[in-house]
Design a binder for this molecule. Structure first.
Ligand code: SAH
Length: 271
């Protein structure tokens, strides 16, 4: 049994919910556990950053419900998704809640697991490869490096419903200590994040964007903190993209000429 499996509450449902990470998009990056869970599912509730090829593993008889919600686009309210998961599990369905990347990395997996456990539903969590990791790999660089990066900070660039923004100069100061910054959901506010980070990092600090990591339409941009917002606008790089800032990128130019297995560097990327 997965250690994250847990039951609570008084209801006695026969169904269950698995929060499954679908990885960054390429179905070849699904875990074996994820494929098994998708094959077992009788109902799939699918986020919109799930790669289109991933659903090939679903049963023909499975009910597939798209519940995606991208910033600024038409969305399914989270409360509705919570109710739907509970209702389907209580009807005895084997529910898979399929999410892009990893369910516990900016995926609302924590909130959903808490809600399900409070309703007495069995919850299983299956990790996926997070897009921030796939984005670094697409550039041929690691998150950490014994010489230039002693840690990694995963942060959201989106202020969120509470509108509590992160203090970007503080994050930039951490990057100046040799941490790699990996920013999710940041591309729409790139100019503001750039301005915040420039308070504590030199304009020459390497910065890169990877859009659609692992998918056929993958693109990347290699730039500097001083120019990244302007370069992204000129190249037309939008969501979904990951911003990476830090010295690990210094190895990138050399590696960019080498093909990355399964994820060729995009020739169309502006650099
Ligand atoms: N749980 C997901 C993150 C969801 S938040 C994960 O672990 O990857 C949504 C953000 O993820 C997007 O705004 C974007 O920053 C990033 N993202 C998701 N898929 C991506 C992809 N294929 N390429 C680049 N960024 C991606």
């Amino acid at each position: 049994m997965n250690p994250s499996t847990a039951t609570a509450g008084t209801a006695t449902p026969t169904g269950s919910v698995s929060l499954v990470g679908a990885g960054p998009g390429d179905p070849d990056l699904l875990t074996v556990q994820a494929i098994k869970a998708i094959r077992r599912a009788t109902v799939l509730l699918v986020d919109d950053l799930v790669g289109p090829g991933v659903l090939r593993y679903a049963r023909k008889s499975a009910r597939i419900v798209h519940v995606g919600k991208r910033g600024g686009c038409a969305s399914t309210p989270q409360a509705f998704i919570h109710r739907l998961m509970v209702a389907e599990a209580q009807r005895g369905e084997t529910v898979v809640r399929l999410k892009g990347g990893d369910p516990f990395v900016f995926g609302r997996g924590g909130e959903e697991a808490e809600h399900l456990r409070a309703a007495g539903i069995t919850v299983n969590v299956v990790n996926g490869i997070s897009s921030g990791l796939a984005a670094a790999t697409a550039l041929g660089v690691p998150w950490t490096h014994r010489e230039h990066a002693h840690g990694v900070l995963l942060v959201t660039g989106h202020a969120g419903e509470s509108n509590a923004d992160l203090h970007w100069p503080t994050l930039a100061a951490a990057a100046a200590q040799g941490l790699t910054l990996v920013v999710y959901m940041g591309v729409q506010r790139l100019a503001a994040l750039q301005a915040g980070m420039l308070a504590a990092l030199p304009a020459s600090t390497p910065a890169a964007l990877v859009q659609y990591a692992s998918l056929p339409q993958q693109r990347h941009l290699l730039s500097t903190l001083g120019c990244v917002a302007q370069d992204a606008a000129a190249a037309g790089i939008g969501s979904p993209a990951i911003l990476i800032v830090g010295d690990v990128l210094r190895g990138c130019q050399a590696l960019a000429a080498e093909p990355v297995p399964g994820a060729p560097m995009s020739a169309g990327a502006a650099a």
